[in-house]
Design a protein around this ligand. Structure first.
Ligand code: UD1
Length: 416
């Protein structure tokens, strides 16, 4: 397993290009299974998760080619609507194929994802929603079997908005008979883009970006060509790096997806200028302590909570960080403590007592965003930080060490 080794303390300067959004491309790739045609997806980030989804698409029979961030998916030959445990257990987003495969084939078998590094993460909303559309759902040998000669539009209300369940049900409902209404739907930009992609294919999805999405079923869809939106979580991670360590310009970014993150960074003392597709951040010293509570979009994203803890570990005072989306998503805290961060955790609330300096140490990465948090802390710490199990970072960040190196960081990947 590769390691990342960082000599901390270098100031960061220069510009970095933000990649396409992981959480947008994965459902778009699943949606390509809806049509007997050739989909083209541009600005595709080259990530371990993208590669896993490509393998899954090929397993169900699609032909793909992926070069220079352009992915072509020929879904005409798809004939095996089964998503195996080996893939789904490594990437929960594989569950996104459930809706499209059921819609296209009238039956499918998709492995249940199981637990993950930050808690149980159920899929009950996806399943209850499909049942409302008329699917028969059963569990056999760890696999969800879904069957429906045809799906029928219905009203589905989520207890809490779920990104994955909103996406899955949108994809299932586009060819259902009649109208489906999803109440308390996710409003994340990645879900908006999925809906726009479905509309480009001929679907009729309305209310995107609001909490009520209406889908009028259509008889057929055609393949489309789409460019993936910038990754707001990668962008947020580099903004936090800028707030900690220097002066960074982000290119190919979508500032309007980062409003709350920018507000919080400004409260922390950073100076930010945004243009249409660029953002500049300058750090100021000291870093003010700023509380955050994660929330569904447009609130502060849970996917930036771990990185915010790293920033607050160096703040001039105490801050309180609450994760309301995932109560257990704090595996970065014991590792940040190894670098000298002073953090106490009670349930889903972390209290971070900032200090002037962190000191490098060997640490272990446990999931994508925890890894990003450890890289940020390592870049700021005095001395050497060695991060093991770094494969997690490659799931969600493209060549992160190269991007930080071009900004002046001393960071190397050491292959095993
Ligand atoms: C997506 C993102 C992930 C992000 C998360 C929250 C992708 C590929 N992943 O994950 O990076 O951290 O949104 O922004 O886009 N829930 C249920 N039952 C369900 C589904 C969800 O109880 O059937 C709960 C979850 O446990 C969680 C909350 O709903 O507490 C939100 O989860 P959800 O939005 O579904 O997250 P994902 O789509 O898995």
């Amino acid at each position: 397993m590769d390691k990342i080794v960082i000599q901390g303390g270098s100031e960061l300067h220069g510009s970095v290009r933000i990649s396409g959004a992981k959480n947008a491309v994965l459902p778009i790739m699943a949606a390509a299974l809806l049509v007997e045609g050739v989909t083209v997806v541009r600005n595709v980030p080259d990530l371990r998760d993208t590669r896993t989804m490509i393998r899954l698409l090929e397993m169900v029979g699609a032909k793909t080619s992926f070069e220079n961030h352009e992915l072509t998916i020929d879904a005409r030959p798809v004939d095996t609507p089964v998503a195996p445990y080996d893939l789904v257990k490594t990437m929960r987003a594989s569950f996104y194929v459930l809706g499209p495969l059921l819609s296209r084939f009238g039956e499918t078998k998709v492995s249940l994802p199981g637990g993950c590094a930050w808690g149980p993460r159920p899929v009950d909303f996806h399943l209850k929603g499909l049942e409302k559309l008329g699917a028969k759902i059963s569990l056999e040998g760890g696999y969800i079997q879904a069957k429906a000669d045809y799906l029928t539009g219905s009203t589905i209300r989520f207890e809490i908005p779920s990104v994955g369940a909103t996406g899955n049900l949108m994809m299932a409902a586009v060819r259902a008979r009649g109208t489906t209404v999803i109440e308390n739907a996710a409003r994340e930009p990645e879900i908006v883009q999925l809906g726009e992609f479905l509309n480009m294919m001929g679907a009729q999805v309305r209310g995107l970006g609001t909490d009520e999405i209406t889908i009028h079923g259509v008889d057929s869809l055609q393949a489309a060509d789409i460019r993936v939106i910038p990754d707001r979580i990668e962008a947020g991670t580099f903004l936090i790096a800028g707030a900690m360590l220097g002066s960074i310009e982000l290119e190919a970014v979508e500032p309007k997806h980062l409003k709350v993150v920018v507000e919080k960074l400004e409260e922390a003392g950073a100076e930010i200028q945004s243009d249409q597709h660029t953002m500049k951040i300058h750090c100021t010293s000291p870093i003010n302590p700023v509380n955050i509570t994660t929330a569904v979009y447009p609130g502060f994203p849970t996917d930036l909570q771990a990185q915010w803890v790293a920033l607050m570990a160096l703040a001039n005072g105490t801050s309180i960080i609450t994760d309301t989306i995932y109560q257990d998503r704090f595996s970065h805290i014991p590792e940040l403590s190894r670098l000298g961060a002073r953090i106490t955790l009670e349930k889903n609330v972390a209290v971070v007592m900032g200090r002037d300096q962190l000191i490098g140490a060997p640490v272990m990465s446990t999931d994508i965003r925890a890894s990003a948090s450890l890289i940020l802390a390592g870049l700021a710490a005095q001395g050497t930080t060695e991060i093991s199990r770094i494969y997690h970072i490659d799931r969600g960040y493209e060549r992160i060490e190269e991007k930080f190196r071009t900004l002046g960081a001393s960071i190397q990947r050491i292959p095993e």
